[in-house]
Design a protein around this ligand. Structure first.
Ligand SMILES: N[C@@H](CCC(=O)N[C@@H](CS)C(=O)NCC(=O)O)C(=O)O
Length: 285
């Protein structure tokens, strides 16, 4: 589990927080997944917004908690946990009802969720191309602060931090390239072919009961749907499953964008259409 030990935390005040606190951002996909999970389970939690749009995740305050500069972060009676999927598995143990990880899937769930997390950069490519179209670049001084922030971190964290910095530098220079979109869509198609087959005979991704895997993939499917992925034509069972979740307020309310994001998305999609780079133009029917 990705617990951040108290001796590695510079922002000491959070160690005194009692109860369940979430440091998160409204538009972050991992935060949306976690909020649906918390609300579905009826877990009481306190909200602390960390805007990744304005660079609050690169403030000394936040980097003093998570030097990777990533949300979400859970604080439970001063215990600090990173990684949305680790947080989910931790909370499932603490609050087993209503179950979102059944006994049957207890052993395999970590692998299922890892597979979803491995596609995080892919969903980011989709979002930055079709949802935020050109917005979302980091202010150079924020990125520089992040790059220079000194923390007692391991090799893995340093590598991840470099990948984050490189992503935003490349995004500023080249945007999201067609090659990146092609690779991303091919990664998603492999998963959705499999899901479409499974959903022929069952209601949810792992059987006939809702699980945390449905919540995780709902978020990705939402982003792909609003970006123009043709689920209805290519993966009709996935389309049906997705709509059945989207209808539930607990799901819908977490992804519903403010008007300004809706407008930005419309502009992004128009730009993609004019440059012949819509999602449909990359997909074989
Ligand atoms: N594997 C991590 C990924 C966390 C992550 O990438 N979070 C994104 C938001 S979804 C973030 O904080 N990005 C910061 C940024 O782009 O500036 C998890 O599941 O928690």
């Amino acid at each position: 589990m990705a617990e951040i030990l108290s001796e590695n935390i510079k922002t000491k005040e959070i160690l005194d927080w009692q109860g369940i606190h979430l440091l998160h951002f409204s538009g972050s996909s991992c935060s949306q997944k976690l909020r649906i999970f918390l609300n579905y389970k009826g877990i009481k939690w306190q909200s602390h917004s960390v805007s990744i749009a304005t660079g609050q995740n690169y403030s000394n305050w936040f980097l003093g908690i998570n030097p990777k500069g990533l949300v979400p972060i859970l604080v439970d009676d001063g215990k600090v946990i990173a990684e949305s999927n680790d947080i989910i598995q931790y909370l499932e143990q603490k609050f087993p009802e209503p179950a979102l990880i059944s006994k049957e899937h207890e052993d395999s769930m970590a692998d299922h969720l890892k597979d979803e997390d491995d596609l995080h950069i892919d969903i980011r490519n989709i979002a930055y191309k079709y949802m935020f179209g050109g917005l979302g670049t980091k202010k150079p001084n924020n990125l520089e602060r992040f790059e220079k922030y000194e923390a007692n971190t391991d090799e893995k964290t340093l590598k991840l931090k470099q990948e984050e910095v490189d992503f935003y530098k490349n995004y500023k220079k080249y945007g999201i390239t067609n090659e990146a979109i092609r690779k991303t869509l091919s990664n998603f198609e492999k998963r959705y072919q499999d899901f479409n087959q499974k959903l022929q005979n069952q209601k949810f991704l792992l059987g006939n009961n809702l699980s945390v895997l449905d919540i995780a993939w709902f978020i990705y499917t939402y982003r792909l749907t609003i970006s123009g992925f043709p689920f209805k034509q290519k993966y009709p069972n996935v389309h049906r499953w997705y709509n059945s979740l989207y209808k539930r307020n607990i799901f819908y309310k977490e992804v519903k964008p403010p008007l300004i994001f809706y407008i930005v998305r419309m502009i992004s999609l128009l730009k993609a259409r004019l440059s012949g780079t819509t999602i449909s133009s990359f997909i074989k029917y």
